[in-house]
Design a protein around this ligand. Structure first.
Ligand code: 3PG
Length: 306
């Protein structure tokens, strides 16, 4: 009987766990749930006899892969897989997958929700600002970026996007203005929402040189990864541009300094929570479970990333 470990420091909703278990029950698999675990040693112990592993932002490094002697597949229930050592997994013959799009709506709703909250001065009575008529720049037009674009246009914003990996026709079809390069996106848009993954190409790529191009009232929204920000550049932007605001679901390492110096110009969630909705948990969890069963039973490798 195959054994699956669901290891999530940030737990899925109870309803999502029930549905995920249902998929494995039908397949005749054994399931262990390791939620809110205190440290990496708990994961190292639990993974020892697992054939398959479901994770969220949980770290799956070489040590975990070495401890998991029977492991055949890891599915990251979500989009970004920068928390998995892909090279080590490939070396060990472990397939890694993600579940693209399954939690995208939750992240997109939070991005716009935080923008509204910030624009209304965090619900204090001073006069706020509206989104209608402003320019919204989507940096990377994937699953989340597209939904952000749709919601933003519902608010009456003018939506632009830059993504070197997507055919411009996709954006044009959605009524989104295609920008040929990042500089043009930042130069044109008062709001820029980041949806790039964290990888060797993107880490530290959003810094002062790009941000300084943004028009008056510049607001950067980050529901992607903190690692894509060049924090020295971010601090310089705050110091030089008194109009600049930063909204993020993943507080930067310099968050305390920013909070002290510019409390009204930042909005950070206490913990990354973009994908933390009952719906997203269920969609991503069930998709991960089905992908595991399809892989172990049929060798199906759609969504394999290594
Ligand atoms: C993702 O990459 O899918 C999101 O960042 C959500 O991450 P989480 O599952 O840790 O909330």
């Amino acid at each position: 009987m195959a054994k699956v470990l669901i290891a999530t420091v940030k737990p899925f909703s109870a309803e999502a766990v029930d549905e995920v278990k249902g998929v494995f029950r039908e397949a005749g698999y054994e399931v262990e749930v390791l939620a809110k675990y205190p440290d990496q040693s708990a994961l190292l112990n639990a993974v020892a006899d697992a054939d398959a592993l479901i994770i969220r932002s949980d770290k799956v490094d070489r040590e975990v892969l070495e401890a998991a002697k029977n492991l055949k597949i890891v599915v990251r229930a979500g989009a970004g897989y920068d928390n998995v050592d892909l090279a080590a997994a490939t070396e060990k013959g472990v397939v890694v997958m993600n579940t693209p799009g399954q939690n995208a709506n939750a992240v997109a709703e939070l991005a716009l929700g935080m923008m509204v909250y910030m624009n209304r001065n965090k619900l204090t009575p001073a006069a706020g600002r509206e989104l209608k008529g402003k320019t919204m720049g989507i940096h990377a037009y994937g699953y989340v970026g597209r939904i952000v674009g749709k919601i933003a246009s519902g608010f009456g914003m003018k939506v632009h996007a830059y993504d070197p990996y997507i055919d411009p026709e996709v954006m044009q079809h959605d009524g989104v203005v295609y920008e040929e390069n990042a500089e043009d996106l930042y130069r044109t848009c008062m709001y820029v929402s980041l949806h790039i993954p964290a990888n060797a190409e993107t880490k530290g790529s959003i810094g002062f040189d790009l941000l300084k191009l943004m028009p008056e009232g510049a607001t950067l929204v980050n529901t992607a990864r903190k690692e894509v920000i060049d924090e020295e550049g971010l601090k310089k932007m705050f110091a030089e541009r008194t109009d600049f605001r930063y909204i993020s679901d993943i507080a930067p390492d310099c968050s305390e300094e920013l909070a002290e110096k510019y409390p009204d110009r930042i909005l950070f969630t206490p913990k990354k929570m973009g994908a933390q909705t009952a719906e997203a948990n269920k969609n991503a969890g069930v998709a991960a479970a089905r992908q595991i069963v399809n892989f172990l039973e049929e060798g199906e490798t759609t969504f394999k990333v290594n």
